[in-house]
Design a protein around this ligand. Sequence first.
Ligand SMILES: [Zn+2]
Length: 291
Amino acid sequence: MEPQEEAPTLRDAVARSPGASMPPRLDEEERPEGGASLEADGAGADGLWELPVEHAERRPECSRCSRPQKVCLCPFLPVHPLHISTQLYIIQHPAEESKVLRTVPLLTACLPQDKCKVMIGRRFSEERDVELSTVCRKSGTLILYPGAEATNLEEFITDAPVYPSTIILIDGTWSQAKDIFYKNSLFRLPKQVQLKTSTSSQYVIRMQPTNRCLSTLECAAVALSILEKNHDIRETLLHPLQALCSFQLQHGAQIRLSKEYLLKNGLYPKPMPKNKRKLRKMELLMNSVKI
Ligand SMILES: [Zn+2]
């Protein structure tokens, strides 16, 4: 990985007081490469990265977008579910389901029910998860997980022997997704792909580990627009995310710079970990080496 230009900048973050009206418009030219499909480890146990604007207890939720009714995002969703031929499977870490600001409900609300299936769990087996096993063994199935073994999706589809019909995404923090990917042999069966995009995350209110990491919704938006060969899909799917971030910023949320940016600029607010493995991971992040 190459050193990245950072966006949003520190200047943006400092200048942006609570109540700022719009999410940042990132300069297209400065956007670093995208590719990872993982959300941050940052929204962690100590609550440091949690947003101050939403309370932990669940309020009545909108049945379509799963947002609290008062801040329902349905006006930003397409009137009718998008017409797509690709089948999406979201493998969701159980911890992700309970998070207040999650992107998968927005994604499922935009897609036909039968085209987007969310499976919650950490371990999946051939015996217990027959449908998933069958899907993983199909030649038209892809799994989106970045790494040395992964092929760029756009390149892959140009000469794929069988045009992909199904794509699997993992929804969780970086470490949760890694655990799910490597500890389930089923996920080694589909062709592994990644996204090579010039976009950095627009999900600016949740800290991403590196500048290239996209939220699950963004990954799905980019992947589907490539597979369906329709750029409008990406715009439509990102619309509710942009509305969510805009709303949160208007109500006091702060832009979350990536952990990579904070580390590289000496702004990481917590002491460096004592655990050697974690420390090594941080050092790799600082040096922009793939972890
Ligand atoms: Zn709603």
